[in-house]
Design a protein around this ligand. Structure first.
Ligand code: TXA
Ligand code: MG
Length: 313
């Protein structure tokens, strides 16, 4: 298959309308989109990524009317979160309507719904005239792509089209909140932080603490976000003698020297840079990546979540 690269949302949408799969930018990471109502196209998404079929996909919408087609009931907590954070880097999980095919939700009775705020993503969804299921546009197990070149690196020849945009603004995947029950549950940390969510829905629970994250969000049990290199979480002051062929990323200047060093100005830059840094390390044959531990507050919680998953890769 030849993968077409374009900057025209209408050209990309024509592939979606014909049952194809198209990578596109969002404010979080690049997604791999297909028509949410086209089972055959959704099958191609799983195939292109090598994604296990028990890992549900998020449906991306451009309008509030489209939410009504996918969700059987908008619970009060979902309504409050949608009013405050849509469009943006938040996914709400709700009971699905029969219109949503089971292959999209990996057999679950629920569906994750997100309205991206990225203008190119919105143009694509509008031009396609349908919500799009879209997992991150990486090969399963690899770090999510934050540039169109990273999508090409993983999926060239495996997908119909890449809709080209800028490097993504946030760099980590959306916050996922299960809103089906009376108390919402935070399933995945992201740029909409726990503190911000709690202001809107004070009864929100953490899935980690309930020890149910893998039950409620099957995707979380799979391998994630891993570069080939070994990832170690460190406090830079503890690091006397790094391993050979190693790299460092963090917000403090380390005293040791590395083959590759990235000192970020703040936590937002750390989040924005992390996945592309992992990929850069793999391209350079780095064997050990030292990542600075940060406090689990604000976006720091999402950074630490991704780092911990990467150490388990
Ligand atoms: O920022 C993002 O969310 C990106 C961009 C492209 O929008 N997408 C993304 O998709 O990260 P993916 O497939 O890589 O991650 C989806 C996550 C998985 O952890 C999955 O288990 C969870 O969302 N999820 C999706 N539908 C769900 C559902 N019905 N119930 C519980 N968790 C769900
Ligand atoms: Mg993913």
């Amino acid at each position: 298959m030849k993968t077409l690269i374009t900057q025209d949302p209408h050209e990309a949408a024509s592939f979606v309308k014909n049952g194809g799969v198209v990578a596109f930018p969002t404010e979080t990471v690049y997604g791999l989109g297909a028509n949410v109502f086209d089972e055959e196209a959704i099958r191609k998404v799983f195939q292109a990524k090598g994604r296990p079929s028990d890992n549900p996909l998020i449906a991306h919408v451009a309008t509030f009317e489209q939410i009504g087609i996918l969700a059987a009931e908008i619970t009060p907590s979902a309504k409050a979160l949608i009013d405050r954070f849509f469009p943006g880097p938040l996914t709400v999980v709700l009971e699905r309507t029969p219109a949503v095919p089971l292959i999209a939700t990996a057999g679950l009775d629920t569906v994750g719904i997100r309205m991206p705020r990225n203008a190119i993503a919105r143009s694509l969804i509008k031009a396609a005239g349908t919500p799009l299921v879209a997992p991150s546009a990486n090969l399963s197990g690899r770090p999510s792509p934050t540039t169109w070149e990273a999508v090409l690196e993983d999926l060239d020849g495996r997908i119909d089209c890449i809709l080209k945009g800028e490097p993504t603004e946030i760099g980590l995947e959306s916050t996922v909140v299960d809103c089906t029950g009376p108390d919402p549950i935070l399933l995945r940390q992201g740029a909409v932080t726990y503190e911000e969510l709690r202001e809107i829905v004070p009864s929100i629970q953490m899935a980690d603490e309930l020890a149910i994250s893998e039950v409620r969000s099957p995707g979380l049990k799979h391998r994630h976000y891993s570069p080939n290199a070994r990832v170690l979480i460190i406090d830079p002051t503890d690091l006397a003698q790094p391993e050979r062929h190693s790299a460092f990323i963090g917000i403090s200047s380390p005293t040791a020297t590395f083959e590759l060093t990235k000192v970020c100005g703040d936590l937002n830059e750390y989040a924005h840079t992390l996945f592309e840094f992992f990929r850069e390390c793999d391209r350079k044959g780095i064997e050990t990546i030292y990542c600075e531990r940060v406090p689990t507050e604000g976006i720091g919680a999402a950074i630490m979540d991704r780092l911990e998953r990467a150490t388990r890769g």
